[in-house]
Ligand binder design. Structure first.
Ligand code: SF4
Length: 228
């Protein structure tokens, strides 16, 4: 059942790659489809579960490492550039925040990150400023217990009850996207979000190079997925 669903999603991403290959719309089309698939299906998958504790303005889990595919990173890169160029851009200083977070957390283990508790650079006035384009990893990390999240982030050894369907759906979509990218001859790995963004913000050509098949985010690549 899961593999049939996975094959269907991979075909869907494959069709986007076939029709928009190397066009300026490819990044947006892939990432938007991934986010739409998540949002359109998560409610039905979780209707039987108690309500989530996650709410706007709760950044308890937002010090964990976040992984993302290249299309997600390049889409967020565009979003960040727009915010930076907008009226509040210099006040918020999003690129500076990303560079700082990258310097502060690059190469740290999950435990070291939790000890350091460097907040995600996208938390502005208590909320995620990139909420419409936040990665699948963030969408798929959903908790039933706000207190447990806060205690875990404070370094206490507690089990945070997370939503299995959120995690499974995120994995299903992310895997299908990665497989479709790989079949199309494009780099299909996962990258650490802040490091990948710092690279993309520093050099706009990395997006074009990635579309031509070069792993232009390779320095940010992570071997395993253990994300928020
Ligand atoms: S991108 Fe947004 S949701 Fe994800 S960790 Fe950062 S602040 Fe939290």
């Amino acid at each position: 059942m899961i593999s049939a669903a996975s094959a269907r999603l991979e075909t869907m991403f494959g069709a986007i790659l076939a029709t928009r290959s190397a066009s300026g719309q490819l990044i947006e089309a892939l990432a938007d489809r991934a986010f739409d698939l998540f949002e359109a299906n998560i409610e039905a998958q979780t209707a039987h579960l108690p309500p989530l504790a996650c709410q706007k303005g709760c950044p308890s889990c937002c010090a964990l490492r976040v992984s993302a595919t290249a299309p997600e990173i390049f889409l967020i890169n565009r979003y960040v550039r727009k915010i930076d160029a907008g009226p509040a851009g210099s006040t918020i200083g999003l690129s500076r925040r990303i560079a700082h977070a990258n310097r502060a957390t690059r190469g740290l283990s999950e435990t070291e990150r939790m000890t350091r508790r460097e907040p995600c650079p996208f938390i502005v006035r208590g909320a995620c400023i990139i909420h419409p384009v936040r990665p699948l990893a963030c969408r798929g990390h959903a908790s039933f217990d706000r207190r447990a999240c806060a205690q875990a982030m404070a370094g206490r050894d507690v089990d945070v009850p997370l939503s299995a369907p959120h995690r499974a759906l995120r994995g299903l979509i992310q895997d299908a996207l990665s497989s479709a990218l790989s079949r199309a001859g494009l780099p299909s790995g996962l990258y650490e979000l802040n490091h990948g963004l710092a690279l993309a913000l520093a050099d706009e050509a990395r997006e074009r190079d990635w579309m031509l098949g070069t792993d232009s985010l390779a320095p940010a690549r992570i071997a395993t997925d253990a994300t928020a």
